[in-house]
Design a protein around this ligand. Structure first.
Ligand code: C2E
Ligand code: CA
Ligand code: CA
Ligand code: CA
Length: 277
């Protein structure tokens, strides 16, 4: 038993070592991640349930590492937030999304681009200026851009974050609250924020066809949003049953594998051209 305990302990510590070496390597690579050209932006359509048209697209970052292969955003975004590299990543994502919008616009498609931003971005007093600069540089109208901010990031409730959100919103940029329902925001806090849209977290949507509790939760969140005059997006729509329920409940947009997985630019172009014809 003692021997087992010992080897378990050794295994554990060597795992920790690997983890920290990898972590340090990742941190150093994140410093110039944008210029390394290893990042790529994938696109996942949002289906408008009233018109059955694709009007919006979410942009999701992918890191394709030459040795380690595909690194999911949940593995590097938190590290980038800690190291500050997230600012470069966010600017890259916004500029890439804006350029893709222009590209698709030239092909006859007018899509709103939703980009994920983090609490660190909102805390930067220059952030709104940077975003406006990018829109101006590429001649794209502000209302073509939606920024998705997690519920926990906006509820941190700092003065700068609120000012930044107000500025962005006044310019005409859409503000969407991501992962809604997983945080602890109050109605009072929500009312204070310049928000256009609530994104219902996939945790409530994935199994809504078979879970009465999840269904009740989604229904409540949609009616809350409707009463506040906000659009809703349900993410994690994986089956037709969920799609039908969401339509019945008055949800604005559905997003999920049932409609499409996030796609690299070339596949997204083909997919979108087919759908919008
Ligand atoms: P999120 O913003 O909540 O994005 C939704 C996640 O759910 C995405 O994972 C998406 O690929 C996945 N998803 C979409 N439809 C379905 C479905 O039907 N079923 C299931 N099971 N999953 C679905 P992804 O792309 O791995 O991104 C994970 C998280 O990483 C995102 O969560 C977001 O918080 C963050 N992230 C991704 N790209 C960026 C970025 O450019 N900047 C920042 N700050 N965060 C990003
Ligand atoms: Ca999102
Ligand atoms: Ca989510
Ligand atoms: Ca998330």
């Amino acid at each position: 038993a003692c021997k087992n305990k010992h080897s378990a302990c050794l295994e554990y510590s060597s795992e920790l070592n690997t983890f920290s070496v990898e972590r340090l390597q990742t941190l150093s690579e994140l410093k110039d991640i944008v210029s390394s050209n290893q990042l790529s932006l994938y696109f996942q359509p949002k289906l408008c349930l009233a018109s059955k048209e694709i009007t919006n697209v979410e942009c999701l970052a992918r890191w394709i590492h030459p040795d380690r292969g595909f690194i999911p955003p949940d593995d590097f975004i938190p590290l980038a937030e800690q190291s500050g590299a997230i600012r470069q990543i966010t600017q890259w994502a916004i500029e890439t999304a804006i350029c893709q919008h222009r590209d698709w616009y030239k092909q006859g498609m007018d899509l709103k681009m939703a980009v994920n931003i983090s609490a660190i971005d909102l805390a930067d007093p220059d952030f709104a200026k940077i975003v406006v600069g990018l829109l101006t540089k590429h001649h794209v109208e502000p209302h073509k851009l939606i920024l998705e901010v997690t519920e926990s990031a906006v509820m941190s409730d700092t003065e700068v974050a609120l000012q930044t959100l107000n500025l962005l919103s006044k310019i005409g940029i859409g503000i969407s609250i991501d992962d809604f329902g997983t945080g602890f925001s109050s109605m009072a806090q929500l009312k204070k924020l310049p928000v256009n849209e609530l994104k219902i977290d996939k945790a409530f949507v994935l199994e809504m066809a078979t879970s009465v509790d999840d269904q009740a939760m989604v229904k409540t969140l949609i009616s809350l949003a409707n009463n506040l005059g906000l659009h809703t997006v349900a993410e994690g729509v994986e089956d037709l049953a969920a799609l039908n329920l969401l339509e019945e409940m008055g949800c604005t947009y559905a997003q999920g594998y049932f409609i499409s997985r996030p796609m690299p630019p070339s596949d997204a172009s083909k997919w979108l051209l087919q759908k919008t014809r």
